[in-house]
Design a protein around this ligand. Structure first.
Ligand code: ZN
Length: 222
């Protein structure tokens, strides 16, 4: 048996860090909670389950289960230890165990960079790009370092500042198309144009809320 987990903290880490930063879609999130419930909440790291049972338990098809499981594995949330006739042996990691998901001492670092002006600090801009995992904050398109632009979530004209809570890295196209729209309005526009899936829209709206709530994962630009 493992040490008992502090589940209140685990839930906070999932919502504040894991979901926005690993860009978990709603289906992946549901499956992750289910797996966690039947492994770590029972004091075991590894859960043995078949895709058929998993599909039934989370109310979806085996094909969808396959896709979500693969995504969770690629994002480092689970490890498929073994596949056999009885099903999958799945090791389930908590957010704190996933490298880079929840950084120790992160809160202090956030405070240190909270008030700083991103446009005057190159290291902060590099840190923002890492926070966005080198993808456009809005449309999720991967970006080369030189291709990113920095966008005010709330425009300066509407009182938005230059701090890490209000600056995101995005692609040139999103930066120019967003204009004076609110970030939420623009994300919904991308969704209507089929540039974001349902799950991606949900994840971006959650990331936006996390960012503006000051809970976004930042490092001190070191
Ligand atoms: Zn974009």
């Amino acid at each position: 048996m493992d040490e008992p987990l502090d589940f209140a903290q685990v839930c906070k880490d999932i919502e504040d860090h894991l979901v926005p930063y690993l860009r978990l879609g709603s289906g992946e999130r549901a499956m992750y909670y289910h797996l966690l419930r039947h492994s770590r909440a029972e004091g075991k790291r590894v859960l043995q389950i078949s895709k058929r049972v998993l599909a039934r338990n989370v109310g979806t098809s085996a094909t969808t289960v396959h896709g979500h499981l693969r995504a969770l594995e690629q994002k480092g949330c689970v490890k498929i230890v073994e596949r056999n006739l009885a099903g999958h042996s799945i090791e389930v990691l908590t957010p704190a165990e996933i490298p880079g998901c929840v950084r120790a001492g992160m809160a202090a670092e956030v405070v240190a960079v909270e008030g700083a002006d991103c446009f005057k600090n190159e290291r902060l801009r590099a840190a923002i790009l890492r926070r966005e995992q080198n993808a456009c904050f809005y449309c999720l398109r991967p970006m080369a370092t030189g291709a990113a632009v920095f966008d005010h979530v709330v425009a300066s004209a509407q009182g938005g500042d230059n701090t890490v809570r209000n600056i995101v890295a995005c692609c040139f196209e999103c930066n120019s198309r967003k204009g004076e729209k609110s970030a939420e309005e623009f994300l919904r526009e991308l969704y209507r144009a089929s540039r974001l899936s349902d799950a991606e829209l949900d994840a971006r709206l959650a990331a936006l809320e996390t960012l503006q709530g000051g809970k976004a994962k930042m490092e001190n630009g070191k």
